[in-house]
Design a protein around this ligand. Structure first.
Ligand code: NCD
Length: 323
């Protein structure tokens, strides 16, 4: 049951902790609509009650954040989420760890496993790293982004953001635009938003289309304005140059002219279209500042806020399964 408050925020009745069928959260692919919806309902509840003390599900539990790639919002929001649930959090910065002395991921995993953490949150530049880790540790593993593969908690927080603003996902026309080929955010969102019944349009240059696009059940556009035509949500992605060969786009200025979002191009979307971006943004490359900072149309700050609530639901679900 959804209700709407005086500010137009949609929320749900309070629901209990979710128990997932899997011991780990490695990706959205393969999750059932019921599991996804339950995590979103629980996330709604945490978003409505953002302070400590709503649940102490992580009391006495240890969570290790193991980040092999840079991160601001994801790492901080996992830490805040775990602390709000009463957990103890350790952050391992790879720059200051034995990884810099040549230790492999599996040796690091074995070392950490010996200290008996309850949950390991990993971000790694290789697709499949979270799965590999999960096969070698006793802790529950959460994938906080593995290469170009998946970033499940980002897709959950994006869906939570949309549901709180619009009240539903089903039937929405959503454009995912930009560097799809290198984006784990796009891949997780394609699975999640597709599973919940959104109509998805991918918009990008041919050079940034993933090879397996034919199996994804989405429409593809290489013309930006045609791709966002009539869309309820325009989700922009960063040009992930760290995963590129360097020949995918002629120049950042050219890319912005053809695929960057500004208020003129946004007129082609639905009249009340909303804009999203997982961050970090490259202003003037995939989106201009006026659009990113437009408080009426941009959901970008809400996405960051929902990151904590969505991750609380995920952390709680994994320990609920353990007990
Ligand atoms: C995304 C990521 O790391 O995949 N960022 C994030 O988690 N907020 C997207 C990106 O880096 O562009």
């Amino acid at each position: 049951m959804t209700k709407q408050d005086s500010k137009g925020v949609h929320s749900h009745e309070i629901t209990g902790p979710v128990a997932l069928t899997s011991r780990h959260l490695l990706g959205i692919e393969g999750m059932s609509p019921i599991e996804i919806r339950s995590l979103l309902d629980r996330g709604h509840m945490f978003a409505d009650n953002p302070h400590d003390g709503v649940s102490d599900a992580l009391k006495g539990k240890t969570i290790i954040n193991l980040f092999y790639e840079n991160s601001t919002r994801t790492r901080v929001s996992f830490e805040l989420a775990a602390k709000r649930l009463g957990g103890s959090v350790l952050n391992i910065s790879v720059a200051g760890s034995s990884v810099k002395k040549g230790e492999t991921l599996l040796d690091t995993a074995t070392t950490l496993n010996a200290m008996h953490p309850d949950i390991l949150v990993i971000r790694h530049n290789c697709s499949g790293a979270a799965l590999l880790l999960s096969q070698h540790v006793d802790a529950a593993v959460i994938n906080a982004g593995d290469g170009r593969h998946e970033h499940p908690t980002q897709a959950l927080l994006d869906a939570l953001t949309i549901r709180r603003r619009i009240g539903r996902i089903e039937g929405l026309k959503i454009a995912i635009c930009g560097d799809i080929a290198n984006s784990r955010v796009a891949r997780s969102n394609i699975h999640l938003l597709g599973t919940l019944g959104a109509e998805l349009q991918l918009v990008c240059p041919v050079t940034l289309l993933p090879a397996d696009i034919g199996n994804m059940g989405v429409s593809v556009y290489t013309d930006f304005e045609a791709g966002i035509e009539g869309c309820d949500i325009v989700m922009m992605l960063r040009l992930q140059t760290e995963r590129m060969a360097g020949t995918e786009t002629p120049s950042q200025r050219e890319y912005f002219n053809l695929f960057g979002l500004d208020s003129g191009k946004l007129m082609r979307a639905a009249p009340k279209a909303l804009v999203m971006h997982p961050g970090p943004m490259n202003r003037g490359v995939e989106i201009d500042s006026a659009t990113a900072d437009d408080v009426e149309k941009s959901l970008i700050r809400t996405q960051v806020e929902m990151g904590v609530a969505a991750r609380m639901a995920c952390l709680e679900a994994l320990v609920t399964r353990q007990t």
